[in-house]
Design a protein around this ligand. Structure first.
Ligand code: NAP
Ligand code: F7E
Length: 341
């Protein structure tokens, strides 16, 4: 019989790709989305999955709401992707971030425990939990050192998943996912902000890009592949926690350089600190400026993941690496912007 999955946060980047993946595996997919005056289904439309998902209004701030949703839909698997996921906003809204990203996990796990403790559970943990990194590269056993209210909230959800596994035998897996990006990434995250701005600059719709700390390094992978790892975790005989990463890291600066290079523009860096600019090496036109408003009170300087365990136990490994990822994103933004003219 076909399996049933419930995805919280189905309107987000990963929710869209995970739905698409689960349909290829014959699942019935219930998608939890929160009520707003104008729900945002653009990602589901881009992947053409909106009509196949059975959409259910669910807010992870409300336990009763979750209990009723699981009672009605009777899922075999729950993927908890809902979160206030933007690190910068977590410094502005630390309490709300805690309510959604940390306590939200308790609400989902309690609903599972009450409705049917045999439901398999995936928790979207994050490489941000490694923060001020204690070892390089980071693996499942690396000690955590969160550097933001977001990372601290994720750490709570991570340990709670382990706690419910040990206390109530709930099949709970925590995926410690390093940054994963795609053309469906929210525009506020640095990769998509850059791919969109570079495409606009190339097409003459924007003059320059304003950016924060260009020296931060991230291990950036492709979201479409990372959701495969989420599903694989729930198919194992025993639950466990896994790092998913590419084991390569690059700076924000490199991301910008390669994005411009892909469009045929070569960037040259001039000046230092907040006065640094990126200029078009042919025309001398300023293309990149630093704006300190994008600096964070606490920064994660570098992340690099070791996915050995996922490769060994799940047979998962990344295929799309840095340069191809940048190109996929810039290309899609060029097409989008051209279409919208
Ligand atoms: P995303 O695009 O920001 O999506 C987050 C989702 O959560 C959206 O659907 C959002 O709904 C929903 N949401 C927020 N508050 C909610 C609430 N109170 N009740 C119900 N739904 C709520 O994030 P993503 O990139 O797909 O990431 C998926 C998950 O993985 C998140 O938990 C994120 O923290 C985690 N994660 C992401 C990465 C990454 O690199 N992408 C890495 C590690 C972990 P709206 O559309 O209504 O805002
Ligand atoms: O920042 C720097 C910024 O916001 C990456 C989330 O999915 O991945 C994501 O968190 C880096 C940081 O992602 C700008 O300071 C410079 O060092 O794209 P980001 P993130 O903070 O790494 C993890 C794994 C998650 O779990 C999160 O949910 O880029 N940066 N200039 C900038 N960042 C942004 N957003 N905007 C800038 O202008």
């Amino acid at each position: 019989m076909a399996k049933t999955a419930f995805i919280t946060g189905v309107t987000g980047q990963d929710g869209a790709y995970l739905s698409e993946l689960l349909f290829t595996k014959g699942y019935r997919v219930f998608g939890g989305y929160r009520r707003t005056s104008s729900p945002n289904f653009w990602r589901l439309d881009e992947l053409n999955v909106r009509n196949d998902i059975e959409l259910v209004e669910v807010d992870i701030l409300d336990t009763g709401n979750l209990i009723r949703a699981f009672e009605k839909t009777k899922p075999d698997e729950v993927y908890n992707l809902a979160a206030q996921s933007f690190v910068a906003v977590s410094f502005e809204k630390p309490v709300l971030t805690g309510e959604i990203t940390a306590i939200g996990v308790t609400r989902v796990l309690e609903a599972i425990r009450i409705v049917n403790p045999k439901i398999k559970f995936y928790q979207a943990s994050s490489s941000e939990m490694f923060g001020k990194v204690r070892e390089i590269p980071q693996r499942e056993s690396t000690p955590f050192y969160p550097r933001s209210p977001y990372a601290t909230a994720k750490l709570y959800g991570h340990w709670l998943t382990i706690n419910y596994r040990e206390s109530y035998s709930i099949f709970g897996c925590s995926g410690i996912l390093f940054n994963h990006e795609s053309p469906l990434r929210g525009i506020e995250f640095v990769t998509r902000k850059v791919s969109d701005a570079v495409a606009r600059i190339k097409l003459g719709r924007q003059d320059y890009l304003e950016i924060g700390n260009m020296d931060a390094k991230r291990d950036w992978g492709y979201a479409k592949e990372f959701v495969e790892g989420m599903w694989l975790m729930l198919q194992r005989p025993e639950p466990n926690d896994y790092v998913l990463a590419t084991n390569e890291n690059h700076s924000v600066r490199e991301f910008i350089e390669h994005a411009f290079t892909y469009t045929g523009i070569s960037v040259q860096w001039k000046g230092t600190g907040v006065n640094e600019t990126g200029v078009d090496s042919k025309s001398g036109k300023t293309l990149v400026k630093i704006n300190p408003k994008f600096f964070r009170p606490g920064e994660v300087d570098q992340l690099l993941g070791d996915y050995t365990l996922a490769k060994k136990e799940l047979g998962w490994e990344p295929r799309v690496m840095f340069k191809e990822l940048v190109e996929i994103m810039v290309q899609r933004d060029l097409e989008r912007i051209q279409r919208s003219s």
